[in-house]
Design a protein around this ligand. Structure first.
Ligand code: KIV
Length: 742
């Protein structure tokens, strides 16, 4: 070793000259295979060399595609791929197996494979045989050995190189012998130790290594070795002065949330991305939101084949109906409904939906149960089924309408083409007694509806295609048929209320007989719409409601009804035309009649006398569930299974309740915190597998409704001097993107 130290200065002059030589540059963005010559050339031209580990076809393809110069099949695979605590247990067979997969994925990068612990120390001939195996069986283009291990190992390196296999050295921290160093510790902090590492580097160069990895040494040591050596130095935790850098694939991509080595920069946080994706997948499987019939399934050759098949299944079904597999038959008949679009089947599908409303699974909305505030307008509808021909008659007879209107029914304009807007449009249009328009800014959705109809999947995944909804991007087009709208139903997210109010004002502002209903989440939407309409002097025709239906967009032109529950219209708060339940002698639709129209369409609806109670009861529930799911990236059900979200929910509810108490608002679940918490817990339980709308907004990178929900609790709390710290905290966190890692 001492001779090497003496030679150092001499070599240094000679070699650094070599490295500074600049000729033509070597680009890394072409598809040319990288060879050992390219690596040497890059080093000479002082172009940094990139190296990353890969262990299988997929990671190798990614590394290759990114234009990385060297792909290392590292024995770190024992830790990151096989879950071992170190690299010492990795076998030759494992290395060959992984190397072969990497070879399959690499077209361009230069492939180096680690010789695992025990594969090169015993004898030169065994080392040579193993190196040859990595090249012949694994497809490696070079091998890497750790340490210097004295004269014997240097001879082994010479022998491998002599057999035509390039060797990369590895000094500093050598993980295979980390036990000897007392773990994964920085090497060369003391000068004597650092000089030893320099000697190792020079010895490896002398032995013929084409490059050397320097791991976990002080920056100055890495830089000095790089300066001294003629061959490329590749650092990992060795600072920025080496000729190249190497990182472990899993570390740099943040595949493990729990550990990041100090020297590693995480270029992505794939662990949480993967987690979110998997949780969403699981939840969509559990709630049957995936697969989507329109996008991910295969159709029969044509309808003729489908009919033949279904008839055949029906025959089998009746054949087997007396045996114990009878349940199969009911699912077959369900599939008949799913694939048939004729009216008879549609009616069955709808009645199935409605009769299910009693055990509904609502989305992130709450099922308001208190009926003390409710004036039932559906008394006329006591069988709660969908065979509502009498109701329809009632509606048409009682609304004094012109011939045209009598023929087509009231004209309903739904403003908003999201999940709820699409659900209400589809339900109302499918029922057939109203003329439905949808105004939406989602171009693909509007085009799909006008081209192929609006596809509505009910809770049992039965599909019907509703062709009578007319969709438009431009609200003014609604007036093109010469009819004034009778109802504007606003179902946009709360941050789009202002724009929706303007559309509503254009559409109904000059029609003294029209009504406007908002079923949006949060507080303040009705007020905002009223204020806009007020400018035309018609604000008293705006009614706030809440709906306990859940829906989910499957894609343009397709919506799934995920849960049904009651819809309430708080009509008494406003002087509706003709009054809420007046005998109405004009051409006007009252709020009661609109509730009845909705019920007839399969959306059970009632009138309520207490708008504040309706709205705030829902706000307090949503304020407890939505921000936590959005911040933590979890399904609703997660909140009940863990201590922290349970405690947070309770605090959020308590603050909401205090605000309501100060405002004199009666909540439908009463004034007792335990009772309110139980109520929220029931909503969470029922919607356990769902992703809240706020979380979906976050995942889509869209603004959330946090300001209309928690923001309103905060605003009112501050006005009334009630503590709203927790609501404020979750709101601030969401608005500034401080997500909680779970
Ligand atoms: O095995 C491995 O991944 C390595 C790198 C840390 C250089 O040897």
């Amino acid at each position: 070793m001492s001779t090497l130290r003496t030679d150092r200065r001499l070599l240094s002059t000679h070699l650094s000259e070599d490295k500074t030589q600049t000729t033509t540059t070597v680009g890394n963005n072409n598809n040319k295979k990288i060879t050992i010559r390219d690596i040497r050339k890059k080093c000479r031209q002082r172009l940094p060399i990139s190296m990353v580990t890969a262990y299988d076809y997929c990671s190798a393809k990614q590394v290759d595609r990114a234009g990385i110069d060297i792909v290392l099949v590292g024995d770190s695979l024992g830790m990151v791929m096989l879950g071992q605590s170190g690299t010492a247990d990795v076998t030759m067979d494992q290395m060959v197996h992984h190397c072969r997969a990497v070879r399959q994925g690499s077209r361009r990068s230069f492939i180096v494979a680690d010789m695992p612990f025990g594969s090169y120390e015993i004898s030169q001939s065994r080392a040579l045989a193993n190196a040859i195996r990595l090249v012949k069986e694994g497809g490696a283009e070079a091998v890497k050995l750790e340490g210097v291990g004295g004269h014997r190992q240097l001879m082994t390196i010479r022998a491998i190189i002599g057999a035509g296999i390039p060797v990369m050295g590895h000094i500093g921290l050598t993980p295979q012998s980390s036990g000897q160093f007392g773990g994964f510790r920085v090497q060369g902090r003391l000068a004597s130790q650092a000089l030893g590492i320099v000697d190792d580097a020079l010895a490896l160069q002398e032995a013929g290594c084409f490059a050397v990895v320097i791991e976990m040494v002080p920056q100055v040591v890495g830089t000095e070795i790089a300066r001294l050596l003629r061959i490329p130095t590749i650092g990992i935790g060795a600072g920025n002065g080496t000729d190249g850098q190497v990182l472990v694939y899993h570390d740099m991509l943040g595949m493990y949330a729990d550990f990041v080595p100090k020297f590693c920069r995480q270029y992505a946080r794939l662990s949480s991305t993967i987690h979110e994706a998997l949780v969403q997948y699981r939840s969509e499987v559990e709630s049957r939101q995936f697969p989507v019939a329109a996008d991910h399934t295969f159709a029969m050759k044509d309808t003729e084949e489908m009919d033949k098949f279904l008839t055949g299944v029906a025959a089998k079904c009746s054949h087997h109906s007396s045996d114990s597999t009878g349940s199969t038959c009911s699912s077959s008949s369900a599939s008949v409904l799913r694939v048939t679009d004729d009216n008879k089947s549609i009616n069955h599908a709808i009645s199935g939906t409605v009769s299910d409303s009693s055990n509904s699974s609502v989305n992130d909305t709450l099922a308001l149960v208190a009926d003390r505030t409710v004036i039932s307008s559906s008394a006329m509808n006591d069988n709660n089924s969908c065979d509502n021909s009498n109701d329809r008659q009632y509606l048409i007879n009682n609304v004094k309408v012109g011939d045209e209107q009598q023929r087509r029914g009231p004209k309903v304009v739904v403003i908003g083409g999201g999940a709820m807007g699409s659900l209400f449009s589809a339900k109302l249009a499918a029922q057939g007694s109203s003329d439905v328009w949808m105004v939406s800014s989602w171009r693909e959705h509007v085009e799909a509806i006008n081209r192929d109809g609006l596809k509505l999947y009910n809770i049992h995944d039965q599909r019907e295609t509703v062709r009578s909804v007319r969709a438009t991007l431009d609200g003014m087009e609604v007036l093109s048929d010469g009819r004034q709208p009778d109802v504007c139903l606003v179902l946009v997210k709360s941050h789009s209320t202002e724009k929706a109010s303007e559309t509503a004002s254009t559409l109904v502002g000059h029609n003294p007989q029209a009504i406007v209903v908002t079923l949006q989440n949060g507080v303040g939407n009705r007020e905002q719409i009223s204020a806009t309409l007020d400018k035309c002097g018609y604000s008293n025709r705006v009614c706030q409601g809440v709906t306990n239906n859940g829906a989910f967009m499957l894609g343009p032109g397709a919506v799934r009804h995920t849960g049904s529950g009651l819809t309430y219209l708080a009509s008494s708060a406003v002087a509706a035309p003709g009054g809420a339940d007046d005998d109405n002698n004009n051409n006007e639709l009252s709020f009661g009649e609109f509730a009845s129209l909705l019920t007839t369409a399969g959306i059970d609806s009632q009138l309520s006398t207490d708008e504040d109670s309706l709205v705030w009861s829902k706000v307090v529930v949503n304020a407890a569930i939505n921000p936590l799911t959005a911040l933590m990236g979890v399904t609703n059900g997660y909140l009940l299974r863990h201590d922290y979200p349970r405690r947070m929910m309770r605090r959020l509810i308590a603050e909401g309740m205090h605000v309501c108490r100060a405002k004199g608002v009666q909540l439908v679940y009463g004034d007792d915190l335990d009772q309110a918490y139980d109520y929220v817990a029931q909503v969470v339980e029922r919607t356990s597998g769902n992703l809240s709308s706020m979380l979906r907004d976050v995942l889509r990178g869209q603004p959330t409704e946090i300001q209309a929900i928690n923001g309103q609790i905060v605003k009112e709390g501050e006005r009334l001097d009630v503590s709203v710290e927790y609501n404020k905290q979750v709101m601030d966190m969401l608005l500034t993107g401080q997500f909680i890692n779970v």
